[in-house]
Structures are given as C-alpha cells and as structure tokens.
Design a protein around this ligand. Structure first.
Ligand SMILES: Nc1ncnc2c1ncn2[C@@H]1O[C@H](COP(=O)(O)OP(=O)(O)OP(=O)(O)O)[C@@H](O)[C@H]1O
Ligand SMILES: [Mg+2]
Length: 143
C-alpha cells in the first residue's frame, strides 16, 4: 500500500546563518507529531542543519538569497525533508557527495555534510544545476 501524507509545511527564509538554528527548531517541532525518540530527533536536527548550512555557505557564498524548507509527514511514520536554494548550484553532484570532498578553501569544512545526511536518513537525493540552484531531499522512517 502506498504511504499517505498526513501533514505538511513549507517555510522560506533568508540565507542568514542566524536562520540555521531557526530552521532546525522549526522542523524538529513539526516532526514531533510523529513522536520521534531522542536519537531520531538528533538525526533530524543534524540533517536540517547540514543542508541549510550548505545552502548558506556554498549555494549563496558571498551573496544572499532565499532558502525553502518543506517537510511532509506520512502515515507510515516516515518524513520527507526538502531543502532548496537558488544559489550557484553544484557542477558535479556525484563528486560533491563523496565523503571528504569540499570546495572550501578555509580549512574549516570537512566535506562530510552529505555523508552525514546520508547516514542519518534512509534516502538522500541531491538535484542541482549550476547557476540555477540545489534541491536536497531526505527521507527517514521512524521506529
Ligand atoms: N547547496 C549547495 N550549493 C552549492 N554547492 C553545494 C551545496 N551543498 C553542497 N555543495 C558543494 O558540495 C560540497 C560538499 O558538501 P558537504 O556538505 O558534504 O561538505 P562541506 O560543506 O564542504 O563540509 P562540511 O559539511 O563537512 O562542513 C561542498 O563543499 C560544496 O562545494
Ligand atoms: Mg556541508
């Protein structure tokens, strides 16, 4: 049987790093309806944090733009989180998703964001086009 959506939300905010904790809190508060345990909540927080941070730091590097976060809850206790930006996009998505790959030159980034999002979820999809933007979709089924 196909899973059915039982609730959904969408929010749009500016690519200001102050909004990273806002996005994290908003998504976890919304996902609380599925009654996640502490570990699942931590996974959700981390996933949102990594994706939103990427949009701010990489997508809109040196510029400013809007980030959209959508969350859909399903009747099989799964949720889908989608983080989209209209930033610079990714030239080679497969390469970007490799653990330790980073375009950051400051030495502060470990290139582990996508690897972390992947390990904390059941599926991770990254769609991106240079000059158009990036859409990261993560699904997770709760216990
Ligand atoms: N939204 C995005 N827009 C443009 N490029 C992105 C976006 N998200 C990721 N990237 C590119 O993919 C690379 C890998 O991302 P990933 O999150 O795995 O590592 P990182 O952000 O470089 O380091 P870390 O997440 O460990 O701090 C980034 O260095 C960047 O080049
Ligand atoms: Mg990252």
């Amino acid at each position: 049987m196909k899973r059915k959506a039982i609730n959904e939300m969408k929010m749009i905010f500016l690519s200001d790093s102050k909004n990273e904790s806002f996005a994290r809190s908003a998504v976890t508060a919304f996902a609380a309806q599925l009654d996640p345990d502490m570990e699942e909540l931590a996974d959700i927080r981390t996933t949102v944090s990594e994706a939103v941070t990427n949009s701010i730091l990489h997508g809109y590097r040196g510029t400013s733009g809007k980030i959209t976060v959508e969350v859909k809850l399903f009747d099989d206790r799964s949720l889908r989180i989608r983080v989209s930006d209209r930033g610079c996009g990714i030239e080679d998505v497969e390469q970007a998703m490799q653990p330790l790959f980073t375009t950051d030159k400051s030495g502060e980034r470990g290139g582990m964001g996508f690897a972390i999002m992947k390990s904390f979820s059941d599926s991770l999809s990254v769609k991106s086009k240079p000059g158009v933007g990036t859409v990261v979709t993560v699904t997770k089924r709760l216990k």
